[in-house]
Design a protein around this ligand. Structure first.
Ligand code: AMP
Length: 289
């Protein structure tokens, strides 16, 4: 086998919301892509992968067929397209939800209010599944973009669309009523992926995980009087025990540790109350766990 020719083919969005973050995460994994504008395929330097730039909605089919070994798409697309592909890793960006919204001030008291109504969406399969689950019969109007204007132009009574901040709904006089599913970008794998590219995928996943873990954690440094150290250590969660080093000032120490972004403010406040001073928070570039 000529190992130099074995390359992992990754399908990414040609243009749109996921592209920049997909390229960014690969770059943070040390994988630099030389892609010119309008190029359909690009090779990475120093890592055996090729990127295929495809239309978002086509990626599940190409991955199922083995044209690409893996793809980066939203979980919403995985669910909607119902192809034979497997999610292998959540990527933490493009977080959104697929929701049903109705014009503000309309009568709405739950999914049964959608009975007999016209609902515009680009996600007919996901919506149909939701309606079936709630035994509601509604008229699904599939449209490919600008779904949120459908009620205003008299095309629909409700919409089912992706929402992140909710500002688009608000601007169009709509109110979010039901969340059908929650989504973020993920990596999907082809059932046809050959065993020889498996080690490349394993290496890539290892690198991505270390980037994602680093993004979710912060390195924390603080000074504290020695009598406060025990209390401070009890406040600090997990990892291994923190590093405690004496300062030049008698009776004081410097404490270093890593904390998760999720509980960041809560912990900082507790540390200040416990007597920590000069708290420094530093981003972590990579974290091998
Ligand atoms: P698009 O760039 O509009 O083709 O969207 C591609 C993917 O980005 C979608 O399938 C979702 O996974 C994600 N996405 C779309 N809209 C949003 C949004 N409002 N907030 C976050 N992610 C989104």
């Amino acid at each position: 086998m000529d190992t130099a020719k074995v390359r992992l083919k990754i399908a990414v969005q040609k243009s749109g919301r996921l592209l920049d973050d997909s390229i960014k995460i690969l770059k943070e994994c040390g994988i630099k892509i030389d892609n010119g504008k309008d190029q359909l395929k690009a090779s990475a330097r120093k890592f055996p992968i090729d990127l295929l730039f495809l239309r978002n909605s086509d990626i599940p089919q190409y991955v199922q067929d083995g044209v690409a070994d893996i793809g980066i798409i939203g979980q919403n697309t995985v669910i909607e397209k119902q192809k034979d592909i497997t999610e292998v890793l959540n990527l933490g960006f493009s977080k959104c939800r697929l929701s049903i919204a109705v014009p503000r001030n309309s009568d709405y008291s739950g999914p049964s209010s959608l009975q007999g109504k016209r609902i515009a969406t680009s996600y007919p399969n996901s919506l149909q599944q939701y309606l079936d689950k709630h035994q509601v019969q509604a008229d699904i109007h599939e449209i490919s973009g600008s779904v949120e204007i459908a009620p205003n132009i008299g095309l629909a009574d409700a919409i089912c669309d992706l929402v992140s901040t909710g500002s688009t709904l608000f601007k169009n006089g709509l109110e979010e009523k039901e969340i059908i599913l929650k989504s973020e970008a993920c990596m999907v794998k082809s059932p046809k992926m050959s065993a020889e590219v498996e080690p490349i995928l394993a290496k890539l996943i290892y690198r991505i995980k270390s980037v994602l873990t680093a993004r979710n954690n912060k390195y924390l440094l603080m000074n504290a009087p020695n009598e406060a150290i025990e209390h401070i250590i009890n406040i600090l969660p997990g990892m291994k025990s923190p590093t405690v080093m004496p300062l030049a000032t008698e009776g004081w120490s410097s404490i270093h540790t890593v904390i998760s972004e999720d509980r960041f403010w809560e912990i900082i406040e507790a540390l200040e109350e416990a007597g920590a001073q000069g708290i420094l928070v530093v981003p972590i570039e990579k974290m091998i766990v």
